[in-house]
Design a binder for this molecule. Structure first.
Ligand code: HEM
Length: 416
């Protein structure tokens, strides 16, 4: 029997037959969340691209090969970021549309349109002065730590990592404190790709639209006001969409970078499984996470502009091709476990590559470093309260995100 072409669309199996070895592998739900790297290993057996299902009825090809990932991310002649043709065949209520569905933003545009949005985003992010960003992040960290430091226990996701980036974004964009909670639910709901994802995204947009309307009439000293005055001349909807993109693309991955790096520091037996002795630095933990468990695990959605062949795999015009940054990074795991390799951040794809690479690497790193340094210096005998194998991971195909990180520590005496 001729084996199926790797990554090629397989015909549905006749009932009663053994399923094709290349049936789409589900990239969502508890099984995937519990063992993503096992899934990537199985997908690699198909070649550089594997067939995946990212939600009920929504299939994609996933690039798991490092070189193929780099080639795709840089090849703007063959691949577009505009999902509209693909989206026409997807149910309107699909839980992946809040992440993948078209909006007039940098993430979903090509060429000159992308350049216009990207310049507005880049110039706005450039106003995030490192010392101010560090100060905002440190102040937020101290406030959140104070809410549980006297108790001796805490959840470093719910009470810390999940709150911090959004608090910083709210301060920078001038979001009213009363709206911060809504932003938080909006971003988390959209990334989990659960049944309420569309409503969560709609509420996120509503909060940002209110902010933009207010700053049009009452400018402030914040990034929203700056973006509205940018020479790109964004209209209200375009401004709302770029801010929503910055907040959603920024908050959830930064939360997960903080959470995953703290988990790495608290559970790495090679480092004593403890922060005592301080062998693993925040930067080392962050680098390991960016290599092994990048917060945006599978993303980089692209659509072939025409029927083509890519790394030996036939592709149809408009079909969804995703990049597994996690699989590409870990293609040769032994090299990654070498400290000399893992301490470098040059070659991994956690920030993507090509024209759509993350524009916020430095601010994201600064926030994560500050968050980790603040908590590990204040609660210096922090340890995990459960075995790492008992941790629950958030569902969804796109992110790598612990749902909780229960810890214990010697309570701080908060009385003067
Ligand atoms: C301050 C925090 C962050 C902000 C404001 C931010 C913002 C953005 C924006 C606006 C884009 C779209 C760029 C474009 O299409 O031209 C983007 C893309 C991306 N960001 Fe970030 N980001 C942040 C943190 C992170 C973190 C922590 C990670 C993971 C380590 C990350 C990884 C990525 C990746 C992989 C992409 C490409 C997504 C794709 O190809 O679909 N970002 N980011």
């Amino acid at each position: 029997m001729t084996p199926p072409t790797p990554g090629a669309p397989a015909s549905p199996p006749a009932s009663g037959t053994v399923p094709s070895p290349y049936e789409p592998l589900a990239l969502y739900g508890p099984d995937f969340a519990a063992d993503p790297h096992g899934h990537y290993r199985r997908l690699r057996a198909q070649g550089p691209l594997g067939r995946v299902r990212i939600a009920p009825g929504v299939d994609a090809l996933l690039v798991t090969d490092y070189q193929a990932a780099v080639d795709l991310l840089r090849d703007t002649d063959t691949f577009s970021k505009d999902p509209r043709a693909w989206q026409a065949g997807i149910p309107e209520d699909s839980p992946v549309l809040p992440v993948l569905g078209y909006r007039p933003t940098a993430l979903f545009s090509d060429g000159a349109v992308h350049t216009r949005y990207r310049e507005a985003v880049n110039d706005t992010l450039a106003l995030l002065e490192p010392h101010l960003l560090r100060a905002y992040a440190a102040q937020a960290a101290q406030q959140f730590i104070a809410t549980f430091s006297a108790t001796g226990t805490g959840d470093l996701i719910a009470q810390y990592a999940r709150l911090l980036p959004l608090r910083v974004f709210s301060a920078c964009f001038g979001v009213a404190p009363r709206d911060s909670e809504r932003l938080l639910h909006g971003v988390a709901g959209m990334m989990d790709s659960a049944a309420n994802a569309a409503a969560a995204y709609a509420d996120l947009v509503a909060v940002v639209a209110g902010l933009v309307a207010e700053r049009r009439v009452r400018p402030g000293r914040d990034l929203t006001t700056y973006l509205l005055a940018h020479p790109a001349g964004l209209d209200d909807d375009e401004a709302v969409r770029q801010i929503t993109l910055i907040i959603s693309a920024g908050h959830d991955p930064t939360t997960n970078l903080i959470g995953n790096a703290l988990l790495r520091m608290l559970s790495d037996t090679g480092y004593g499984g403890s922060l005592h002795g301080g062998a693993m630095t925040a930067r080392e933990a962050i680098d390991e996470v960016l290599w092994r468990d990048p917060p945006l695990a599978n993303m980089g959605a692209h659509y072939p502009r025409h029927d083509t062949e890519f790394h030996g795999v036939p592709l149809r015009a408009g079909q969804l091709v995703l990049v597994s940054f996690a699989a590409a990074n870990t293609q040769s795991l032994p090299a990654v476990s070498d400290p000399a390799v893992r301490s470098g951040d040059g070659a991994h794809l956690a920030w993507s590559a090509g024209p759509h690479r993350c524009p916020a690497k430095q601010p994201a790193l600064l926030m994560a470093m500050t968050a980790i340094e603040q908590i590990t210096s204040q609660l210096c005998d922090l340890e995990l309260a459960v075995d790492p194998s008992e941790l629950i991971w958030r569902p969804g195909p796109f992110h790598r995100a612990p749902a909780h990180l229960p810890v214990r520590f010697t309570p701080l005496d908060t009385h003067p």
